[in-house]
Design a protein around this ligand. Structure first.
Ligand code: NDP
Length: 525
């Protein structure tokens, strides 16, 4: 360990030396589990933001790393008028705009990309697509394996899934077809009833093991690491419960506003956009019991148990259970930014929350009485996603004769993004003749001494779909349990006779409404 200054703070810090894995394998070996089935990825909504900004760059990066199967084809489907050539040109422009695209790699990849003009609501389009795929499959032996990615607005999910089914494309292993998987982006409904309805439609053609409900947060390296950190070490787990942990903080703070997605956000708000998915998944990773095997169904069983243990929110809400906010004009990184209500496409009297601090409790043996504070918001002071485990104070301060004031409790911080590090803060003796206490932080930067390839979240998610591994995807029972928990809260907020009373305003660039800043202040430094 070497002493150094703590990042962004005045505490002395110590770094942990990470050792490169000594497996006798190249680091690339951590990327792939084995040969992948050849397949075709069909992207509905291929002209859109998600396809151009996330999916194509992820596919190109996987291709560059030799991580895609052979053969691997992509068929973009949308209403926009493109030929395959003009679609490739448009995608290349988007890739360049995103930065870092390698022309030589692109030239190699581009012939795998095709485009089919598409009418989402016409069965004839799906029949045409099926013929188009069969033709491609004759030229390129993909064994008829297909992934259907719904990168379209949520209002189209059911129609596309149903027509895929009606065109016979949800079936597996018949008429030369191999496996068929469907990828659904969040939001999975806008409440419990619509989530159930979406699932009913999906299930008309697809079985649960064919449905990949993506939550790209789960595929972040630092998020995946939470289970390894908890269950591949003996020293943390014995402390991981109500006897030693006082509270847990989960923060997902953004400096961005609604950008170009105002109409989507007006309908959604922070509770649907962040809590129903990412925030509850992070909570589950911290709170779940160890599964008997690191395997998709068993891991997701344990997560579902956590959601089942969420203590239902009392109605009317006791004070302090939830703080909702909306940003007003302010300053971020020295730049003036408008308030939410002044953003293009937002109603001038909008009551949509852009910030929430929700204190959740779990009704189970391990976590009884431990608050889980979940905070997420837009236009906050700093881009920061982290999990803070705040341990209890020492039971008895035997240093009270030499140390004035309370001894600070230990704190474990799991930095998710952009800080990708785990830090542990503890008390030590300050060197010198006097016995003075000094708080130090031991830090493990996640990528230290790792030189292998790094998979971005969408890359990992796409690779998992190709591999058929559902571990990092939502299972329907968990989706329903998450909605069951949040629905009453969202309904109470939206049907409150005086909604303005619920909403606190905060200037962009702050840490949210002052009431929330008081609770979360200690975890942000
Ligand atoms: P877009 O709004 O960019 O829509 C994608 C494509 O769908 C458009 O290019 C358009 O293609 C088609 N489309 C849009 N509106 C309609 C409509 N009313 N009727 C028929 N077709 C329409 O969406 P995104 O790419 O941003 O997102 C796709 C999905 O992924 C959404 O469900 C979103 O919630 C989800 N998502 C997006 C993220 C992102 O970063 N963008 C992040 C996480 C989830 P055309 O007109 O050519 O057919």
């Amino acid at each position: 360990m070497s002493a150094s200054e703590a990042p962004g703070g005045s505490l002395p810090a110590a770094t942990v030396q990470a050792q490169a894995p000594d497996l006798g394998l190249p680091e690339e070996a951590c990327l792939f589990t084995g040969p992948l089935d050849p397949c075709t990825l069909v992207i509905f909504g291929a002209s859109g933001d998600l396809a151009g900004r996330k999916l194509l760059p992820a596919l190109l990066s996987l291709f560059r790393q030799g991580a895609l199967p052979t053969p691997f084809l992509v068929v973009g489907c949308a209403r926009s008028e493109f030929t395959s050539d003009s679609f490739r040109a448009a995608m290349w422009e988007k890739l360049q705009a995103a930065g870092g695209a390698d022309r030589a790699v692109w030239e190699d990849f581009a012939p795998r990309l095709h485009y089919l003009g598409f009418d989402y609501s016409s069965l004839a389009s799906y029949v045409l697509l099926n013929n188009f795929l069969q033709e491609l499959e004759r030229e390129h032996p993909t064994q008829g394996n297909r992934i259907f990615y719904l990168a379209v607005p949520p209002s189209l999910y059911q129609e596309v899934a149903l027509l895929l089914h009606q065109a016979g494309m949800a079936e597996q292993g018949v008429r030369g077809q191999g496996w068929a998987r469907i990828v659904v982006e969040k939001p999975f409904g806008r409440d419990l009833a619509s989530a159930l309805e979406l699932n009913r439609t999906l299930r008309q053609g697809f079985r649960e093991e064919q449905i990949f409900r993506i939550d790209h947060y789960m595929a972040k390296e630092t998020v995946q690491n939470v289970l390894i950190f908890r269950f591949a070490n003996t020293i943390f787990e014995p402390l991981w419960h109500r006897h030693y942990i006082e509270q847990v903080g989960i923060i997902a703070a953004e400096t961005l506003g609604v950008e170009q997605r105002a109409s989507f956000y007006e309908e959604t708000g922070v509770l649907r956009d962040m809590f129903q998915n990412h925030m509850l998944q992070l909570l589950a990773l911290i709170a779940m019991e160890p599964p008997s095997l690191f395997e998709s169904q068993r891991v997701r069983d344990e997560k579902a148990k956590v959601f089942r243990s969420l203590k239902p929110l009392e109605m009317p809400l006791p004070p302090g259970t939830v703080i909702l906010g909306q940003y007003t004009a302010g300053e971020i990184n020295g730049r003036r930014v408008p308030g939410y209500r002044e953003e293009p496409g937002v109603s001038p009297d909008s009551l949509t929350p852009t910030f929430a601090l929700l204190t959740a409790h779990l009704d189970n043996w391990r976590w009884q009485g431990v608050p889980f504070h979940l905070l997420s918001g837009k236009r906050l002071a700093q881009k920061l996603t982290r999990i803070v485990i705040q341990f209890r104070e020492v039971p008895h301060s035997l240093f009270r004769n030499v140390h004035l004031g309370p001894i600070q409790p230990n704190r474990l911080v799991i930095g998710i993004h952009p800080e990708e590090a785990i830090t542990l803060t503890f008390e030590t003796k300050n060197p010198g003749a006097l016995v003075c206490l000094r708080r130090v932080t031991m830090e493990f930067p996640y990528y230290q001494n790792y030189r292998g390839p790094i998979l971005e979240a969408y890359e990992k998610s796409l690779l998992d779909v190709i591999q058929g591994d559902q571990m990092l995807f939502w299972r329907q029972d968990a989706v329903e349990l998450a909605w069951q928990y949040l629905d009453p809260l969202i309904r109470a907020c939206e049907t409150c006779p005086d909604p303005a009373r619920l909403l606190k305003f905060y200037p962009a660039g702050s840490w949210g409404p002052p009431e929330a800043a008081e609770v979360t202040g200690p975890w942000r430094g």
